[in-house]
Design a protein around this ligand. Structure first.
Ligand code: BDR
Ligand code: CA
Length: 306
């Protein structure tokens, strides 16, 4: 199985992403690191531990990371995720406590002692922890195969401002450090996540599966649909963060092109906007298309008890 570390800010769609990752025999989730984002750090850390308990994976340690962005003032997204961050679920205090180290310390220690290219790092929140690790220890690049990041927007425009996507806008300076690092990264931006939405017929299919977990995933996605509809009636929630895991497990469901991605860090109308330049030898892979039917078939497969 492929060794991964997941850096996230759960977040309803992060929670769905964690369910997929923790269910997959093809992924060896060695750690989850959390960051402030959709909700404050205390809640993203609690929510990540809740998902480990729901998936019966007490073996996966959760490390709390940075409680705020590097330079800008914090922004949160309770309007899409609920005050708890996991709209649709009743919060509970998980049995397994947080791991003792700071997430950034754990990332550095793990990646420094890793074999070359051993780890894929999945990132579904603001890039604060990852940037901090790169600044503190640039040599961690050696242990990383690539980042698979949910973030950014080009043709679709933004979701938190007209031009910026939330994860990048929430810490543009961190995103700049990561994109400028030359470490290979695949980006699942709004351009692709808006193609895969939690349509009611798809949720009906999921609901038919046996066991408690598919029902929990449906509750999360239904709650996200209710919040999404407040912004635009009839619009279903995009499968933002789950797209990272779908990409890793089934890359044939996606189309992409090579690019170099940069971020606007000047405060103003374009703060946090990603910019692409198409470069065949660029360090970044910009995903452009997803097969939504194949995506949901994958989710159903992962949620089918073996
Ligand atoms: C991203 O922002 C967050 O609100 C979601 O969890 C996702 O990571 C989508 O723009
Ligand atoms: Ca997220």
């Amino acid at each position: 199985a492929r060794p991964i570390i997941i850096d996230c800010d759960p977040g309803v769609d992060d929670a769905v992403m964690l369910m997929m990752a923790l269910a997959s025999p093809a992924l060896d989730v060695r750690a989850i690191t959390t960051v402030a984002g959709n909700v404050p750090l205390r809640l993203t850390s609690r929510n990540a531990r809740m998902m480990c308990q729901i998936m019966d994976r007490p073996d996966v340690p959760v490390f709390a990371g940075c409680p705020r962005p590097i330079l800008r003032e914090p922004v949160t997204a309770e309007h899409f995720h609920g005050d708890s961050g996991i709209a649709g679920l009743e919060p509970f205090e998980p049995d397994t406590p947080l791991a003792a180290s700071h997430a950034v310390t754990h990332l550095i220690d793990t990646l420094r002692s890793a074999a070359p290219g051993e780890y894929t790092i999945v990132v579904t929140g603001p890039l604060t922890n990852i940037a901090s690790a790169i600044v503190m220890a640039p040599d961690i690049a050696r242990g990383i195969d690539q980042f698979v990041i949910m973030g950014g927007a080009d043709s679709e425009g933004g979701n938190i401002t007209p031009t910026a996507e939330f994860n990048i806008f929430a810490d543009p300076h961190a995103a700049a450090v990561v994109f400028d690092s030359a470490i290979p990264a695949t980006l699942l931006s709004l351009d692709v996540t808006h193609q895969v939405r939690a349509e009611p017929e798809r949720l009906e299919q999921l609901r038919k599966l046996p066991g408690a977990r598919p029902a929990i995933m449906v509750k999360l996605l239904e709650a996200a649909n209710v919040l999404e509809a407040r912004w635009k009636e009839g619009r279903m929630t995009p499968m933002h963060d789950p797209s990272t895991i779908a990409y890793l497990l089934a890359p044939h469901l996606f189309e992409s092109r090579k690019a170099t991605v940069s971020v606007d860090t000047a405060e103003g109308a374009h703060f946090g906007q990603t910019r692409l330049s198409a470069e065949a030898d660029g360090p970044h892979t910009w995903v452009t298309k997803a097969d939504a039917d194949g995506f949901f078939a994958l989710v159903e497969g992962l949620m089918t008890p073996s």
